[in-house]
Design a binder for this molecule. Structure first.
Ligand SMILES: *Cc1c(COP(=O)(O)O)cnc(C)c1O
Length: 240
């Protein structure tokens, strides 16, 4: 299977999931996650129509951006989807268009200050750890609708975050639990969608995007309201 064939197959899957959910495929942005993949692979994806690229390691990605952009048919939007260490925040701002993995108030403050230094706004998603898995990054959101301490903390921290001047928060992002079954994965996606409503109502903010769904679960994410899916293996093949 070529990457172009894979892009077509993923679009077929998106179309089928949207038909089932009575949604329009145009509501879904496909981000191709190219970690561990080569410049040639990313260029092939771009030639097949991919416009959004996701990477999870700063150093690995920075080396790929210039050669990809030199060969790609048009400009690509680069998304950081992995955890960002404080000391790498500056390089992330310099090279990426969107940070999907804004996972703490401390990092948000740092990004806002750095964006101010270079007189720019940083587009970002708030990563929420809805599954509660300890291995996952994100603002603690497990069981937020039943656990008032979790909800109060989220509202307090995110309320403070939305006051930061240089962040353009587009929406929420989450990762499904590993190796869980459908019901559990869908509940995580539904919880994130409900949290978006709660934050919009309680904080008076607008959060148009929900970034959720990967190779193994994006149909369920689309059924639960995802507007952005992050797909790696179904486009580029398995990783080592
Ligand atoms: C790797 C990765 C993806 C893509 O995962 P696949 O299972 O290969 O589709 C999506 N989001 C994040 C944050 C990732 O690190």
């Amino acid at each position: 299977m070529s990457i172009a064939d894979n892009v077509k197959r993923v679009h077929d899957r998106i179309d089928a999931a949207c038909a089932k959910a009575k949604r329009a495929p145009s509501e879904i942005t496909l981000v191709a996650v190219s970690k561990q993949k080569t410049v040639a692979d990313i260029v092939s994806a771009a030639e097949a129509g991919i416009q959004h690229i996701g990477e999870n390691r700063v150093e690995e990605c920075i080396g790929k951006i210039a050669p990809v952009q030199a060969a790609a048919p048009g400009p690509l939007t680069w998304h950081m989807v992995g955890h960002v260490q404080s000391r790498k925040a500056k390089r992330v701002i310099q090279h990426f268009d969107i940070v999907q993995s804004l996972d703490s108030l401390r990092l948000a403050r740092r990004f806002s200050r750095l964006a101010g230094d270079s007189d720019q706004m940083l587009a970002a998603f708030l990563e929420i750890n809805v599954s509660g898995e300890a291995s996952k990054h994100g603002f603690a959101g497990y069981n937020w609708y039943q656990d008032n301490a979790v909800k109060d903390r989220l509202l307090r921290e995110l309320g403070e975050l939305f006051e930061l001047p240089r962040l353009d928060i587009r929406g929420l992002m989450t990762m499904a639990p590993f190796e869980a079954e459908e019901g559990m994965i869908r509940r995580v996606f539904a919880d994130l969608a409900a949290l978006r409503e709660e934050l919009q109502d309680s904080l008076g903010v607008s959060l148009p995007e929900l970034s959720m769904g990967m190779t193994d679960d994006f149909e369920w994410a689309i059924a639960e309201g995802s507007t952005m899916i992050r797909v790696g293996r179904a486009l580029f093949g398995s990783r080592s």
